[in-house]
Design a binder for this molecule. Sequence first.
Ligand SMILES: [Zn+2]
Length: 510
Amino acid sequence: MRRTPVILSGLAVAALVAAAGATASAAPPADPFARAVGHLKTHSGTQYADGQTFTLRGVVTDADGAQHVRMHRYYQGLPVLGGDLVVHLDRGGAYRGASQTLAAAPRLDRAPRLSAQTAGNAALAASTADSRAVAGTQLVVDADGAVAALAYEVVVAGVYADSTPSELHVLVDATSGRVRDSWEAVQGDGVGHTFHSGDVAVGTTLSGGTYQLNDAARGGHKTYDLNGGTNGTGTLFTSATNAFGDGTLANRATTGADAHYGAAMTWDFYLNTFGRNGIRNDGVAAFSRVHYSANYVNAFWDDSCFCMTYGDGNAAQGWTPLTSLDVAGHEMSHGVTSNTAGLRYSGESGGLNEATSDIFGTMVEFYAANANDPGDYLIGEELRTNGTPLRYMDKPSKDGASADCWSSSVKRLDVHYSSGVANHFFYLLSVGSGASSWGNSPTCNGSTVTGIGRDKAAAIWYRALTVYMTSRTAYSGARTATLSAAADLYGAGSPEYSTVAAAWSAVSVS
Ligand SMILES: [Zn+2]
């Protein structure tokens, strides 16, 4: 019955393009980050001083063109905890002010008196988790109080007695050895025993004496059991013990925990990478539905319900539930595309829409850094019991249907196959051509491409999507859009810019 090619679809993307106007904006000033940093140096009260540098966390652009540039602050190369700020620019790029909590510019000696080993021991003593061990240590500037101090940020990993994972961050004063602060990075008070991603923390809400899969920290994302139905919301997952699933498919909440976790990682990826607060950038969560229909080998995003839906797969035919991390990231990214470029879901723009979801689904997988489903440039590699992925970014034609190189016939392919050209571009831009631990990528013009890394490649693609692409952008326009984005982010004479051009040429897009 289900012999059709398995796809990850994006329903109703074209139908509600008009609704995307809410986040559209008039042409913003170029390079707000550089402007914002420039303003910090020339306006008093910003706590700027020599020795400081900044990295961009995200820009929010208002309908009137005003921009809000969120940044992390560094002092002599050390992250300044509590030094983060937002610089406000008017539509012309002039300074309107800054939002921050930093009371004074840090001035201190960056050489610690305490050893990292001593700091690690102090941090271990601050954790109450079982099986605890130091998972990482870095020197930071703790600028939470009135006077900034040099500190070690020690991450202590462990697990609590109720099997909730712990990732305690402990700030140990690098001079006195005193514990200055600590916080638990594993948020949500529940634990999900997932099918694809192992045991993970899940955001839950206690209501009427039971715990719900309702992630209050991420816009109130809820996950429902459709119980084989194909419409409505079914039943919200609840638990008396705040644990969801048992890692097996006999327990209905197992795939619910997968979907809930995937939504959380996608939310965190967009927020922490691009400063994007939810799919519509309005702080409101979508919701997830699992156990859709019977033996359903697909997953989809639907703008009309603003929700994600996952099938259980088909065990008899070798398919597991469609709730893996990259699929969750893929589906939610359809919502981001719908609310930004609004790429029409057909022809070349449809291929770019699909590729955008594959690109950011892949980035979500890398972001989550989950040992049960580590990052890679494969799509849906967790979904088949024989391990065969749905799609390959290094050489898309390995799936038997996708295009490696642009040609005038690409626009007639199904959007899940015309996406191959852009997936191939993204791989070349990130990793480069030839063999590596990630794959073996050919070029269509015999050239050699040296990658710039996936983080920069994703930043370029995100800016192109949110600032330059429109509903009918085709491959030639995607080249232009990503070149504009690279020029904005890294400069028109930068290696990043020239690599974007080279990677497009390598997939026959000129
Ligand atoms: Zn899709």
